[in-house]
Ligand binder design. Structure first.
Ligand code: HEC
Length: 101
């Protein structure tokens, strides 16, 4: 990933250490995002890999990975990425999970 340069990205948090929010967020991810994004790799699928997505300076689009930007992308869609309808709770669980990647 360009923003990370050649440095290896920090590893994702292991499943055994997930909080309840992160575990629920992982289910939201499986149901809505996994078909297009690998969570623990930067390898692209239909969309970019999301490993360490909240720890990089910029997402593939160049936008900083703030919760606000990610929530906007998720709820409104972006380019070839469709909008996803989530409840407030599903969204906050999903964001907690994205922070664990
Ligand atoms: C049908 C495939 C598809 C699904 C489903 C999908 N995405 Fe994406 N996603 C994409 C594509 C394609 C892009 C690249 C969009 C662009 O920048 O043009 C993307 C981009 C992103 C980005 C980077 C945005 C940026 O600014 O660079 C994030 C974060 C993301 N998706 C998260 C998610 C999450 C979380 C979900 C589940 C709620 C999800 N996506 C569902 C295809 C998908």
């Amino acid at each position: 990933m360009l923003a990370a340069g050649c440095r290896p990205l920090p590893p994702s948090k292991p499943e055994a250490l997930w909080s309840p929010e992160e575990a629920r967020g992982a289910q939201v991810f499986q149901a809505n995002c996994a078909k297009c994004h690998y969570p623990t790799s930067t390898r692209g699928n239909k969309g970019p890999g999301l490993q360490a997505i909240t720890k990089v300076k910029a997402m593939p689009s160049g936008a900083p990975p703030t919760d606000e930007r990610m929530a906007n992308t998720i709820l409104r869609g972006r380019g070839m990425m469709p909008a996803t309808q989530l409840t407030d709770e599903q969204l906050s669980d999903l964001l907690a999970y994205l922070h664990s990647l």
